[in-house]
Write a new protein. Structure first.
Lengths: 451, 155
């Protein structure tokens, strides 16, 4: 073999330099390349602005790749998610989730709403699990007020009951939409039917199917209505039979397994690096659930299992959610037994309006009521961050207070917003049809992504 | 620095902007595997915020504050870093090399506050349209009665 002039001496970082049509190309050793450059070259995320993409229109590329747009109007994008997909044939190379179509500035709006009104704002973020949003907002406010340990037991257990039922309804919605995306359309009808039964209970308790504004700083808005226990028992009775049906309909079905197994795989290290939480993190085999690992409310008093997967694929995420419904039912059953008597909101005149009867007979009570609902209550200066486990992962609220009756800054750490980042990685190398399965298995709620 | 409110222990640390990446790397080696949240606060109209006594002398308050929440899955701990960012030079190093999951959060902070993250692979607007002017979560960004800024729309 004759020596060439491009041969490198040992220890030199430049491996080869070749004259190409685009100038001199130098290859570098892996250790000399930063993560950022690596990701630019071989990452799964398509980092290209819309203007750049538009300028490519009509360009005939020799490498047979093309960039196509999926969404924002597409039945399987769960709202208004848009994906820029770089394809070679039917294989997805890179993709970029484009969001913001549902952005309504809720964090900015939150700065002009009092702490009592704030719950009506946050409940509209993740509209599939509104009670968890209200819960995290109320808990953050209570922490700032310093009353987070004084919430009456009954209020705490009511919150747990509603939070778990909301997890059930949210996961049932996931089963419905996941089924629809994969092509099991009957599952969509079944899932929505069962979710509706849970929502009917919410309507009895809070007056509304969604966007309840029921969990408020200091407790909950009202006590549970008469006969609530029977309603919950009816739910707990009907659901296991239905879940068994879904196991037959989907879990054991070869087409379903073929469509999901090995699709959208993510490893544990990747999930941690991308800050993914909830079922995505658990599907990689990591047992992490804030309810158990950093208990809030009274989750340390109830027994339940944290469901984990082993392959990190779409099938694991599906079965985790299906089985989390069973775990939530286990918790609900324990809540039914443990539900204490007592107040449903804190008897602290600062945050609690006077009872309706008192307003008729006392001028002071009338003024007090008026002040609370017009001015709101003042919250001490400070910052607080509280995180809880929503059906989609860690939902957290960061409030900075300047001592007035509205938050100075209200930030919600939305699990879907962060989880969406793992989509390009899961889709890389898969088919376009699998991209649909991946979106579905991440289960994003775009109201929460865009806020 | 540790503040205790209602039995919940919050580990809050004030970090100088120049030390930010070094501190993050040290904390990651300490076992904080996940950067769970990154956001910012604009303290334009509330400059005299209360600081804990032990850092009150050493921290120079600025208009912006970047707030980073790290989570240790192995030790079940959280730590919150607060970094002051001056208005005149509204930029800070990107944590992307250490925690790739901060990509979208840093883009959101850039979009909403106009704080630049040096070394971010794709620092573009994420929620607002690409040609939007202004940064909505800044305190001097007016609420209501904003002229329509969409492409091709009559304003």
């Amino acid at each position: 073999m004759t020596t060439t002039e491009n041969q490198t001496k040992p220890g030199e970082s430049k491996i080869a330099a070749a004259e190409t049509g685009e100038g001199r190309q130098e290859l570098q050793l892996r250790k000399d390349i930063s993560t950022k450059e690596m990701l630019r070259g071989s990452g799964a995320v398509l980092r290209m602005s819309e203007a750049e993409v538009a300028s490519l229109a009509g360009v005939q590329s020799e490498d047979q790749t093309m960039i196509i747009n999926m969404g924002p109007q597409h039945p399987s994008t769960h709202g208004v998610l848009r994906l820029m997909l770089e394809l070679r044939g039917e294989t997805v190379l890179r993709c970029k989730p484009v969001i913001g179509y549902l952005h309504t500035g809720m964090e900015k709006t939150g700065e002009s709403l009092s702490y009592l009104q704030g719950a009506t704002n946050v409940t509209r973020m993740d509209y599939a699990s509104p009670l968890n949003n209200e819960l995290v907002f109320a808990m953050t406010t209570e922490k700032l007020l310093g009353i987070d340990q004084d919430i009456p037991e009954r209020a705490v257990w009511i919150r747990m009951l509603l939070s778990e039922l909301n997890r059930i309804s949210s996961h049932l919605l996931f089963l419905a939409t996941n089924g629809m995306d994969i092509g099991a359309v009957s599952m969509m009808i079944y899932g929505l039917r069962d979710r509706e039964e849970v929502l009917r209970f919410f309507q009895k308790v809070t007056g509304l199917r969604m966007n309840h504004n029921f969990i408020r700083p200091g407790g909950v808005a009202a006590d549970l209505p008469a006969g609530w226990r029977d309603e919950v028992l009816k739910l707990l009775e009907s659901l296991p039979k239905r879940l068994a049906e879904y196991e037959i309909l989907m879990t054991g079905q070869p087409i379903w397994r073929e469509r999901l197994q090995g699709v959208g795989v993510i490893t544990r290290d990747e999930a941690i690096a991308l800050s993914a939480t909830g079922p995505i993190l658990r599907s990689t085999g990591l047992s992490w659930d804030l309810r158990r690992d950093m208990p809030y409310l009274r989750y340390d008093k109830v027994q339940f299992d944290v469901i984990v997967g082993s392959f990190g694929d779409a099938f694991d995420r599906y079965s985790i959610r299906l089985n989390e419904i069973r775990e939530s039912m286990k918790i609900v059953r324990q809540v039914l037994e443990a539900m204490p008597q007592g107040d449903y909101r804190i008897q602290d005149k600062k945050v609690t309006p006077p009872p309706r009867g008192r307003i008729d007979e006392s001028m002071e009570a009338l003024i007090h009521h008026f002040k609370i609902f017009t001015e709101g209550f003042k919250v001490p200066v400070g910052e607080a961050y509280v995180a809880i486990e929503s059906p989609r992962g860690e939902i957290a609220c960061y409030i900075a207070s300047d001592g007035s009756s509205t938050p100075y800054r209200m930030h919600v750490r939305a699990p879907s917003f962060v989880n969406i980042q793992s989509m390009p990685l899961m889709m890389r190398g898969g088919l376009v049809a699998d991209a649909v399965a991946v979106i579905s298995s991440v289960d994003p709620v775009l109201g929460e992504v865009d806020r | 620095m540790t503040t205790i409110s209602g039995g919940v222990v919050d580990d809050v640390r004030f970090v100088a902007k120049t030390d930010y990446l070094k501190q993050l790397a040290a904390l990651r080696d300490e076992g904080f595997e996940m950067c769970v949240d990154l956001t910012a606060v604009d303290y334009l109209t509330h400059p005299g915020r209360v600081l804990p006594a032990d850092v009150a002398d050493t921290v120079a308050l600025e208009r912006f504050e970047v707030v980073v929440n790290l989570l240790s899955l192995s030790q079940r701990r959280r730590v919150r870093l607060r970094v002051q960012v001056a208005e005149a030079n509204a930029s800070i190093d990107s944590a992307f090399d250490l925690y790739p999951g901060t990509e979208a959060m840093e883009r959101e902070v850039f979009d909403m506050f106009g704080i630049r993250f040096e070394g971010h692979p794709d620092l573009t607007r994420i929620l607002m349209p690409e040609d939007w002017q202004g940064h909505p979560l800044r305190k001097d960004y007016a609420q209501g009665n904003i002229p329509v800024q969409f492409k091709g729309a009559a304003s």
